[in-house]
Design a protein around this ligand. Structure first.
Ligand code: ADP
Ligand code: MG
Length: 467
């Protein structure tokens, strides 16, 4: 596994204030950490624009690039920039709107450009709020009406409405994370002095465990007690974790009493959170509980149009209808379909026409049916980690085999509906607590080790999108 690791501890290098050199250095590091295809598709097309002190501005072909990179390679790119330009480094993306007409633009960069993403720097801690999630790009529909309206109301008046906490629940890929981060972005804009943080409940749990181990409980609690707005995603991860729940209960009470805003999301309504302390469940219902549902046909079309625009592609009505008709269950899949269409078209150099759309939708549906099984997950994981599949199913305790096994268990839990018991059976008859342990361990490792994190999301892409 050594080849997956990168050293991030090297001292930042000082180099001449030349964006070309700086970007070249970044590319070298990036190249060591991603596959060739990834490198060629997503990083090579980026051109440096200029370097002003420690702000490197880079030209990207379209918004789609920014979204893709932020989603998949954010940690890698941030750390790389930090390593090359020092801890104060900042990266600004500029959309190179004339790229198509003038591929040689890089030599002559003075053209109309649009600055679209600058990282907020107001807070001294990381807010974890991604600028890509806004209300503007959240499509309104019957399926999300109440949740969206409440989210907007809160972001105009954090802590002052009766929607405290705001509890948003619903199935996977229906926009919960988007909505609660949009609240965050709006508050950051309107009330820049407010302390606001977003994190998922599993990261919260991991931090909690670390705080106990390093005897930093006081610091940990006071950090969260000091927030003006606390946004916790996927609160269902706290089920069964009594100690974390106890601490969260105290933080909740403190914040609520001081009229600080609390925003939570969950994959199910409060009353269905088995393994969650009753006093927490009752508090979750103090404010407003709102669900997000699967979008109807019109909303799906609107979402596709909007995403297409932001990726810089326009699709015919025929194609839009076809996709919206066939991909119905969640918005992440709609988006995945567009990404795959774009990837297919950019890899093959073919225009996006109805045939390509039909092929892509078909690939996605068959992939979903056939590819996301425990066996297939195991196969791709083993290929990626270069580990023998049989070893993963035996009681082999070699380090790399354990990591592959745990990753396969983790993805099986994340991507299939199989029970913990079934998953355990696929890996040499291990019991459900081993699977939970594996899940938690990979969740923790991927939050700490960026190269593993990227490897795991690469495996997901292979399974879910075939890219
Ligand atoms: P969840 O947290 O419920 O699993 P996400 O918030 O991660 O879902 O949404 C999945 C993807 O779909 C995200 O990229 C998000 O931006 C997009 N999305 C979800 N709902 C909408 C919407 N109403 N309009 C536009 N994009 C949406
Ligand atoms: Mg989410």
């Amino acid at each position: 596994m050594d080849n997956l690791k990168i050293s991030l501890k090297a001292q930042p290098k000082t180099i001449s204030s030349d964006s070309t050199n700086a970007w070249k250095e970044c590319l070298k590091l990036i190249k060591q950490n991603v596959s060739n295809i990834t490198y060629n598709t997503w990083f090579l097309p980026i051109k440096p624009y200029d370097l002003d002190k420690n702000t490197l501005r880079i030209l990207v072909p379209n918004n789609f690039f920014i979204e893709w990179i932020e989603e998949h390679y954010n940690t890698l790119i941030n750390r790389t920039i930090g390593q090359i330009l020092g801890p104060e480094a900042k990266l600004v993306y500029i959309i190179n709107e004339d790229e198509k007409e003038d591929p040689g633009l890089f030599d002559n960069p003075i053209v109309e450009t649009k600055k679209i993403s600058v990282k907020p720097v107001e807070n001294t801690f990381e807010t974890n709020i991604s600028p890509r999630y806004t209300f503007d790009n959240f499509i309104k529909g019957e399926s999300n009406q109440l949740a969206r309206a409440a989210a907007i109301a809160i972001s105009d008046n954090p802590g002052e409405t009766s929607f405290n906490p705001l509890f948003i629940y619903g199935g996977v890929g229906l926009g919960k994370t988007h909505l609660i981060q949009a609240i965050g972005n709006n508050i950051l804009n309107k009330f820049p002095s407010k302390k606001i943080i977003y994190l998922s409940a599993d990261i919260f749990t991991t931090q909690f465990v670390e705080a106990i181990q390093s005897n930093n409980m006081g610091e940990f609690s006071s950090f969260y007690n000091d927030m003006d707005v606390l946004i916790i995603d996927d609160i269902q991860f706290l089920t069964g974790r009594e100690k974390t729940q106890d601490l969260f209960f105290h933080i909740f009470n403190n914040l609520h009493q001081s009229r600080k805003q609390i925003i939570l999301s969950s994959d199910r309504p409060p009353k269905d959170l088995k393994g969650m302390n009753d006093r927490l469940i009752s508090r979750f219902q103090w404010g407003l509980t709102a669900d997000v549902q699967a979008p109807d046909f019109e909303t799906r079309i609107a979402i596709l149009k909007n995403k297409g625009d932001s990726f810089g592609i326009s699709l015919s009505n025929e194609i839009l209808d076809y996709i919206a008709y066939n991909i119905t269950s969640n918005i992440r899949e709609l988006e995945g379909c567009l990404i795959k269409l774009l990837a297919n078209s950019s890899l093959t150099g073919k225009e996006i026409d109805f045939d390509l759309a039909r092929k892509t939708v078909k690939e996605i549906s068959t992939r979903k049916e056939t590819n996301i099984s425990i066996d297939n997950i195991t196969k791709i994981v083993c290929q990626t980690f270069k580990v023998d599949e049989n070893k993963v199913r035996e009681k082999n305790r070699k380090k790399e085999v354990v990591l592959a096994r745990q990753t396969a268990m983790y993805l099986s839990k994340k991507l299939t509906k199989s029970s913990l018991k079934t998953i355990g059976l696929h890996f040499g008859g291990r019991d459900h607590s081993t699977v939970i342990h594996a899940y938690n361990n990979i969740e923790k490792l991927t939050s700490e080790d960026l190269s593993l994190n990227e490897t795991v999301s690469g495996i997901r892409n292979k399974l879910e999108l075939g890219i």
